[in-house]
Write a protein that binds this ligand. Structure first.
Ligand SMILES: *[C@@H]1O[C@H](CO)[C@@H](O)[C@H](O)[C@H]1NC(C)=O
Ligand SMILES: *[C@@H]1O[C@H](CO)[C@@H](O)[C@H](O)[C@H]1NC(C)=O
Ligand SMILES: *[C@@H]1O[C@H](CO)[C@@H](O)[C@H](O)[C@H]1NC(C)=O
Length: 381
C-alpha cells in the first residue's frame, strides 16, 4: 500500500505542478449568424475546464509539461496550458454561443468583456486546509472552489458590483446575459485522499456540500443561467485502470468501485439541484450528465469514431495503457499517437479534443443536459 500511495503522490506532483509559460490570447470563434443569446460566460472547475490558470508560484519547474508539446498539437498547434491536444468542452460551449474562448482569470492582460474562466487545474471542491490538516497534500495545488469564489468576488469588485441592492446597475451588467458554467469538480478530492485514512464517505460528504454551498452563493448573488457538470465515470480514466486491480471492473470494463463513487456523488448533487430549483425559481439550473454521456461513448465507441477507450494517446510504455507515472505526456520520453481523434484519453487523466467535442455535442445538441440546453436557450430573454 505504501508503494501504491507513493505512486499516487508522485503522480499528483507530475500532474499538478505546472507553470504558465504562455500568455493565452483569446481568439474569436468563427463568425456565426445566430444572435448572441449570452454575452458572457463565467466558468469554474478543475483541469477539465481550465484554459490557462494553472500556475506554479516557483516559476518554470521540471513538471511544466502542460506548457510543453504535444499539448495543444491538434487545434492550437502549440501548448496553451489546456490539458488536452486541443479544445475543451468550455471552448466548444463558447464557440457554440459565438463567443471568444474564455480567458483565464490569472491573465491580467486578457480582455474580460466576454467572460472569465476561474477554473484551475488540480482544484478541489473541499477547502485546501482540509487536505493540509490531513497530510493529504504536497502543497502544490492550493486552489479550491473557495479560491475560485474569492477570485470571482474580486472580479465583481473590479466591475463595481458590490451588492445588488446598493450597486444594481454594475451587478446587472455582470449577471444578466451571463451563462455560469460550473465544470466537473470533485475528482481531485477523491484522488488526493485515495488510500489515506480519510474515508471516501467523508470526502463525498465534504465535496458535495462544498460544491452545493458554492452554488448557493452564486445563485444568491444573482446567477440566472447555470449549468452544473457532474463527474465523468472516473474509473474509465487510464490512471484508474492502471492503478486498480483487474478484478475491480464494471460492465463498461472500467474500475467499478471508482465509477460507483462518482455516480453516487452525482446523485447527491442532482438531488440538491432539485431543491435549488425550488429555492431560486427565477434561475434556470441545468445538470450536464457527464457520467452518462461518457458511458454512452464507451459503450458505443465505434459510432463515435473512437478505437481506443482506455489507452492514453500521449504517454510512454505502450501496452494496454501507454501510461507510465514517471514519464507522462510532455516529458522527454513520452510521445503521442498518430491520430488522437481515435482516442478517448489524451494523457492518462485528461481527454482528447475529439472526446471533449463529443461530450460538448452530447450536452449542447443531445439529451445529456437536464433539462436540455435548448430549454436554457429558450428561457434566455
Ligand atoms: C500529519 O503529519 C504529522 C508529521 O508527520 C503528524 O505529526 C500528524 O499527526 C499527521 N496528522 C494526521 C492527521 O495524520
Ligand atoms: C446589500 O445591501 C443591503 C442594503 O444596504 C443590505 O441590507 C444587504 O444585507 C446587503 N447584502 C449583502 C449580501 O451584503
Ligand atoms: C451542434 O449541432 C450543430 C448543427 O449540427 C453543429 O454545427 C455544432 O457543431 C454542434 N455543436 C457541438 C458542440 O458539437
Amino acid at each position: 500500500m505504501a508503494f501504491f500511495s507513493r505512486i499516487v503522490i508522485h503522480w499528483k506532483m507530475t500532474l499538478f505542478m505546472f507553470t504558465i509559460t504562455l500568455i493565452f490570447s483569446p481568439s474569436l470563434s468563427s463568425a456565426s449568424s445566430t444572435p448572441k443569446k449570452f454575452k458572457k460566460i463565467y466558468a469554474f472547475g478543475d483541469s477539465y475546464t481550465d484554459t490557462g490558470n494553472t500556475h506554479s508560484a516557483t516559476g518554470p519547474s521540471s513538471f511544466n509539461y502542460v506548457s510543453s508539446p504535444p499539448y495543444g498539437r491538434t487545434f492550437f498547434h502549440h501548448p496553451t496550458n489546456r490539458y488536452s491536444d486541443g479544445r475543451l468542452v468550455i471552448d466548444f460551449v463558447a464557440e457554440s454561443l459565438s463567443l471568444p474562448f474564455l480567458p483565464p482569470y490569472r491573465n491580467p492582460k486578457a480582455d474580460k468583456t466576454y467572460g472569465v474562466n476561474f477554473a484551475v487545474a488540480g482544484s478541489t471542491a473541499i477547502r485546501h486546509r482540509f487536505f493540509v490538516r490531513n497530510n493529504l497534500t504536497l502543497n502544490v495545488t492550493p486552489q479550491s472552489l473557495q479560491t475560485q469564489l474569492t477570485w470571482f468576488n474580486r472580479f465583481l469588485e473590479s466591475e463595481g458590483c458590490k451588492n445588488s441592492t446598493t450597486t444594481p446597475k454594475q451587478c446587472e451588467a455582470v449577471f444578466s446575459d451571463a451563462l455560469f458554467w460550473v465544470g466537473e469538480i470533485g475528482a481531485n478530492d477523491y484522488a488526493y485522499s485515495f488510500g489515506s485514512s480519510v474515508s471516501p464517505n467523508t470526502i463525498q460528504h465534504l465535496a458535495t456540500t462544498s460544491l452545493t454551498g458554492f452554488l448557493q452563493v452564486l445563485l444568491s448573488k444573482g446567477a440566472k443561467y447555470v449549468v452544473v457538470q457532474g463527474l465523468p465515470p472516473t474509473g474509465c480514466l487510464t490512471l484508474s485502470m492502471y492503478l486498480a486491480p483487474e478484478t475491480d471492473r464494471d460492465d463498461m470494463g472500467c474500475v467499478g468501485s471508482v465509477d460507483k463513487q462518482s455516480n453516487l456523488h452525482n446523485s447527491i448533487i442532482q438531488t440538491k439541484l432539485d431543491s435549488f430549483r425550488k429555492q431560486f425559481p427565477q434561475a434556470v439550473i441545468i445538470y450536464a450528465d457527464y457520467w452518462n454521456a461518457y458511458s454512452t461513448v464507451v459503450k458505443g465507441a465505434n459510432k463515435y469514431g473512437f478505437k481506443e477507450l482506455f489507452k492514453s494517446c500521449c504517454g510512454s510504455g505502450g501496452g494496454n495503457y501507454n501510461f507510465d507515472v514517471f514519464n507522462t505526456c510532455g516529458s522527454p520520453s513520452a510521445s503521442s499517437c498518430s491520430d488522437p481523434s481515435q482516442y478517448i484519453n489524451w494523457d492518462g487523466v485528461h481527454l482528447t479534443e475529439a472526446m471533449y467535442k463529443t461530450m460538448a455535442n452530447l450536452f449542447l445538441n443531445g439529451t445529456f443536459c437536464k433539462p436540455p440546453f435548448s430549454y436554457l436557450l429558450a428561457k434566455k430573454q
